[in-house]
Design a protein around this ligand. Structure first.
Ligand SMILES: Cc1cc2nc3c(=O)[nH]c(=O)nc-3n(C[C@H](O)[C@H](O)[C@H](O)COP(=O)(O)OP(=O)(O)OC[C@H]3O[C@@H](n4cnc5c(N)ncnc54)[C@H](O)[C@@H]3O)c2cc1C
Length: 189
């Protein structure tokens, strides 16, 4: 079993900042991230930044494909920069693996059918959130339903788009697609 001063589960905003600062003090840190497309967390990969890149692109006259391409350029660059920030730190290890607790201070990480046990005095859980799939009949069977991540990586622009929920994220996508020329309907209670 490998021993670290700190284990951080999830490469999100608070976790990565804390991991980098702790490593800069010469302490050993394990950063565990389940998804290699998520180094840097939701904000830079599928949240705040890519949505604003898409909106800016739409507002400055880009069409759907070029806005999507711009999003990919920006997120790839930020993801690589975030990964390097920790990977290059002398006392930090980045694991692309899923973590689970085996005991109070023992974490098992698994990837590609390989498992390893890590332990640390301090373990930070920074696992973020997942989309809430509401029990709406037919929702999960439909191949035309996307969550906030799927809607950012469509290959073709939909001519018509229905958005369930008029919260900030729903309205952000509504205004984005409307700017890109889709006919958008927002459904709220
Ligand atoms: C579309 C969208 C737009 C947004 N726009 C804004 C905005 O404009 N402004 C704003 O302030 N906020 C915005 N947000 C919210 C913001 O992005 C999130 O609140 C924030 O990024 C969450 O950060 P976090 O560090 O808590 O988690 P995350 O950044 O989600 O990090 C959690 C990480 O943990 C990993 N993980 C989970 N379980 C495990 C496990 N068992 N083992 C290993 N790794 C695991 C996940 O893969 C993930 O990478 C937006 C969110 C979305 C979805």
């Amino acid at each position: 079993m490998k021993t670290y001063d700190m284990i951080v589960i999830g490469f999100g905003k608070a976790g990565k900042t804390l991991a980098a600062k702790t490593a800069a003090q010469g302490k050993s840190v394990a950063m565990i991230e389940a998804d290699a497309t998520m180094y840097g967390g939701t904000c830079i990969n599928i949240g705040c930044i890519p949505t604003k890149v898409l909106i800016h692109a739409a507002e400055t006259g880009h069409d759907f494909k070029s806005a999507m391409a711009e999003r990919e350029v920006v997120t790839s660059r930020l993801r690589a920069k975030n990964f390097a920030m920790l990977d290059n730190a002398a006392t930090a290890d980045v694991y692309n693996a899923k973590a689970r607790f085996l005991a109070d201070k023992v974490v098992e990480i698994s990837s590609d059918n390989q498992t390893e046990k890590l332990t640390a005095e301090v373990i930070i859980i920074n696992t973020g959130a997942v989309s809430n799939v509401l029990p709406i009949p037919g929702l999960t069977e439909s191949k035309q339903v996307y969550d906030s991540t799927g809607i950012q990586t469509l290959k073709e622009q939909s001519k018509r788009l229905g958005i369930i929920g008029g919260g900030n994220i729903g309205l952000e996508f509504a205004s984005l697609y409307a700017k890109l020329g889709s006919e958008v309907t927002v459904l709220t209670l």
